[in-house]
Design a protein around this ligand. Structure first.
Ligand code: NAD
Ligand code: ZN
Length: 367
């Protein structure tokens, strides 16, 4: 399947097909890539799929220059970005050269950031390998790194970044088969979010796919279809609001409490935090009388079907609440919070208070 992404002054394709990795080299050659291409990735991803990428590139006479970075959030830093700039400069990379982001969402965010800022923009190609990156982060152009203090502790996630569209996206849904279980579940969290946003047929399809899951994994057929569905939903939203000033904010459903939880827990993968965050956002909506009790049941039913968490311990909830109530952003100005009426009908509010979120989180996570 080819999904066309049409944005003002920029169009590209997302190819979503089993086995597309073997044809990435040929696609890059068609896009004008010659000789060498930078590949930003990490050791785990290269150990699992590096050989297949090398082969794909060499059949098109392209030489990969592998730039390996630390895994996950450890790689999303200004220091790592700076190392990459220096390597690219040593390699004499110029504006029209290609850079492939080959990995999960963290690699995509880092590589996208470097590709947009080095020489004011290399040509970026996304080859997402994790479920989360395949259903969500590979499309839309958002990138970024975290900020670290003098002890190398991250204190501001995604604080520095841009929106820079890739020239091509190649999604091979066979790749996440090697993904560790907890990261696979994290991808299911973003799938649940897309499902809450889209509602309708997708909800039915995902519940049916969840019943066929084995050992926590979707069947290959269901996963291919779901990746296509989720990217189509995201494409439709991004095409209407590339720069995140309106409808694109709906994609943040569950992310307010989810991000606070992620900041507090440190080790719980993004999509799992978002799952709990969606449950809290639904409770905020129901406490406001915006949604009927059936919406809460539907949402928790969806999370349970995908074996996602709906709550955390009361202590962890309190610590996450602390992040929100202490956050100066909430005190200084109105923040956008995504509320739900029912799956498929969400709305953005700017008058939700930290106390409302705290109250809902306590109700959801009460022991
Ligand atoms: N830019 C966006 O629009 C956007 C959207 C959502 C999330 N994100 C970001 O994405 C990140 C989370 O992404 P993620 O869930 O992919 O986690 P991740 O990138 O941290 O990867 C998780 C782990 O899986 C490994 N991995 C990836 N693919 C693999 C494969 N096929 N086989 C074996 N191991 C593999 C990685 O090496 C890593 O250890 C966060 O930093 C989040 O902020 C960005
Ligand atoms: Zn997310």
């Amino acid at each position: 399947m080819r999904l066309r992404v049409v944005l003002p002054g920029h169009e590209h394709n997302a190819e979503i097909t089993h086995g597309i990795l073997a044809r990435v080299g040929a696609h890059l050659a068609e896009l004008g890539c010659r000789r060498s291409v930078a590949v930003v990735s990490d050791e785990r991803v290269m150990a699992a799929h590096g050989e297949a990428l090398r082969k794909s590139l060499s059949t098109a006479n392209l030489e990969p220059i592998e730039l390996l970075v630390p895994e996950s959030e450890a790689g999303k830093s200004m220091a790592v970005a700076s190392d990459l700039y220096c390597r690219l400069a040593e390699l004499r990379f110029e504006r029209n050269d290609f850079l492939i982001a080959f990995g999960g969402g963290a690699i995509g965010d880092l590589a996208g950031f470097v590709a947009t800022t080095y020489k004011r923009g290399l040509r970026l190609v996304n080859v997402p390998t994790s479920l989360l990156a395949q259903v969500d982060s590979c499309l839309g152009g958002k990138n970024g790194v975290n900020l670290h203090d003098e002890n190398n502790q991250s204190f501001a996630k995604n604080a520095v970044g841009t929106i820079h569209q890739p020239v091509g996206i190649y999604v091979d849904p066979t790749l996440p088969v090697t993904l560790p279980d907890e990261h696979y579940r994290s991808g299911l969290g973003e799938i649940a979010k897309s499902c809450a946003i889209a509602g309708g047929e997708l909800l039915g399809r995902i519940l049916a796919a969840a019943r066929e899951m084995e050992a926590g994994r979707l069947t290959a057929r269901a996963q291919l279809q779901i990746v296509r569905d989720c990217l189509t939903i995201k494409r439709n939203i991004v095409e209407k609001d590339e720069y995140d000033t309106g409808e694109r904010r709906l994609l943040n459903f569950g992310h307010t409490f989810g991000h606070a939880l992620e900041a507090h827990l440190g080790t719980m993968p993004h999509g799992l935090c978002i799952a709990v965050g969606m449950n809290v956002a639904t409770k905020v909506s129901s406490n406001r009388g915006l949604c009927p009790p059936t919406t809460c049941t539907q949402l928790t039913g969806l999370l349970n079907a995908l074996d996602l968490p709906t709550r955390v311990s009361a202590d962890d909830a309190e610590a996450a609440i602390e992040y929100i109530t202490m956050d100066k952003k909430w005190q200084d100005r109105r923040l956008h919070f995504v509320l739900i009426q029912r799956p498929g009908r969400l709305k953005i509010a700017d008058d939700v208070t930290p106390e409302e979120v705290a109250q809902a989180a306590r109700e959801v996570c009460r022991g």
